[in-house]
Ligand binder design. Structure first.
Ligand code: ZN
Length: 506
């Protein structure tokens, strides 16, 4: 490499590492806010996060970054198209250009506002007090619109917000896909609802907290989650977070009267963490040291949680151990009854606890409401009722309060309105596509799952998806790994096959 390019490249990477570290420090403060921070820390924590966001924003938008990217353009063009540095420069340029559109004062105000809004939501939700969060939500909507308007020229106001999370996706591509999905799922839900219901009452016996944690941890260790580079703590709303390449943490929520809650959220967040922990060490502290998109990330959490963790083979191996951990609670239950129970399909109010068949309808409802809010067709005042109506129409259930209605999800109270939900459904679709490709390469994976071994699957995912970090967009990755762009068919086949085995032919 040319000596001038070498020094410019080193300067750019050194500057980017500071941005990476500021982001990691902010993630640490947010993690603390959700786990161990006393209530008293709340007001100053918002200010601290705003300061970090301002510092990171200043560095991301420093004209020196733009100059370095320009100077290094001929260097990138001199490299083979698949060189690491080509991807590094592409991703840094994308973030630089996106960040320079948003004024620093706005970014800081939005970070402080969302931190305060999150604290208000934590206090208001148990009280079912929508009035207390209403002004925060109104400001979030106003600021989300402003944020979108910094990116003129998009076909839909939500497009830039969607692009932040799922690069390359737009309202125009997602709307028809979701409509096709909705039309496939609604009759499936209706048919299953006619079949004899599955009994899952034994999941709601008393399962002491410490035994639940003791059962879940070895499972994610077997998946490949590295506790030397991570840890698990408790929170209201489970999440995965990353402070550095070798510090990738997860949180879980434990309900002593709902065995599935912590168990599956642990596997879910571990799936996100396996992705981050599996990124090539050569990308540590760079722009590529993160997942490809929200959708690809969710494909990994859902793959481990549902395709692996709720499969019959998985429980053939783990059920005896579960029964040994909870001998009284599960004395009258066998593996078949347990597998059916953890896959029970029942339209309900809560997205994070929804079964796989109804889950996407929760996402499609939120996505539709977000678009209407941003389009100005729906007001915040009318949102709680619109939420209830949409649930009634699509799932046949009616939220008796706002706690389990419009206030159930953290996203609109801890970030912008727009762009934060579509990735969940995209992830489900991609998970089946990726898993089908893994099985085609290694048909022995299912037998191994039945023996409590996950190394072949984990290694395939690491070598084909995880190691690349943010190097490819979701569409590039899908095409590269599965030979096809995003496609619904493997997902619908997966659902029909799995649920026909539980409920009879579908
Ligand atoms: Zn997730």
């Amino acid at each position: 490499m040319d000596a001038v390019w070498q020094s410019q490249r080193n300067e750019l990477f050194a500057r980017w590492q500071e941005i990476y570290d500021l982001t990691g420090i902010a993630a640490l403060l947010s993690w603390d806010q959700s786990t161990y921070m006393p209530v008293g820390g709340g007001s100053v924590r918002g200010r601290q996060l705003a300061l970090l966001e301002r510092l990171a924003h200043e560095r991301r938008t420093d004209p020196a970054i733009g100059r370095l990217l320009d100077v290094l353009q001929p260097y990138a063009e001199s490299l083979p198209a698949d060189a690491d540095d080509v991807a590094q420069l592409r991703v840094m340029r994308k973030i630089y250009e996106r960040s320079t559109r948003v004024p620093a004062a706005f970014a800081a105000e939005f970070a402080e506002h969302t931190a305060n809004s999150y604290m208000a939501w934590v206090a208001a939700r148990p009280q079912d007090d929508f009035a207390a969060v209403r002004p925060y939500l109104q400001k979030t909507l106003d600021m989300s619109r402003q944020l979108a308007e910094f990116f003129p020229g998009c076909a839909h106001i939500a497009d830039p917000l969607i692009d932040f999370a799922d690069e390359g996706m737009t309202v125009a591509t997602i709307r028809p896909l979701f409509e096709e999905l909705r039309q496939a799922l609604t009759p499936l839900v209706a048919t299953i609802s006619q079949r004899p219901p599955v009994n899952d009452s034994f999941l709601h016996r008393h399962y002491p907290k410490l035994q639940q944690i003791a059962f879940g941890e070895p499972i994610i260790r077997a998946f490949g989650y590295d506790f030397a580079r991570g840890r698990q703590d408790e929170t209201h709303h489970p999440f995965m977070t990353k402070f550095a390449h070798d510090d990738v943490r997860i949180t879980t929520r434990i309900d002593e009267y709902d065995l599935g809650n912590a168990l599956f959220s642990t596997m879910h967040e571990a799936g996100h963490a396996l992705y981050e922990q599996g990124i090539d060490a050569a990308y540590a502290s760079t722009a590529l040291d993160t997942g490809a998109s929200a959708g690809v990330h969710e494909s990994q959490s859902r793959l481990w949680e549902n395709i692996v963790g709720r499969s019959r083979r998985f429980w053939e191996h783990y059920f005896p151990a579960l029964q040994a951990a909870f001998p009284e609670q599960l004395a009258d239950v066998d593996v078949e009854a347990f597998h059916r129970a953890v896959n029970r399909v029942k339209p309900s109010l809560i997205r994070t606890e929804a079964d796989e068949v109804t889950y996407n309808l929760h996402v499609i409802i939120r996505f539709g409401l977000e678009l209407e809010l941003l389009e100005g067709k729906l007001t915040i005042d009318d949102l709680p009722e619109a939420w209830r109506a949409r649930y009634h129409e699509n799932l046949g259930v009616y939220a008796p309060d706002d706690r389990d209605g419009v206030m159930q999800d953290v996203h609109w109270f801890g970030g912008p309105i727009g762009g934060s939900f579509q990735g969940y459904a995209l992830g489900n679709i991609m998970a089946s596509q990726f898993y089908a490709a893994a099985l085609a390469a290694h048909p022995e994976i299912e037998d191994e799952i039945g023996a409590g071994r996950f190394a072949t699957l984990h290694t395939w995912l690491r070598e084909n998806i995880y190691c690349h970090g943010a190097r490819y967009t979701a569409q590039e990755l899908l095409t590269r790994v599965t030979g096809q762009p995003l496609t619904l068919a493997p997902y619908l086949t997966y659902l029909r096959t799995k649920y026909s085995a539980i409920y009879g032919p579908l």
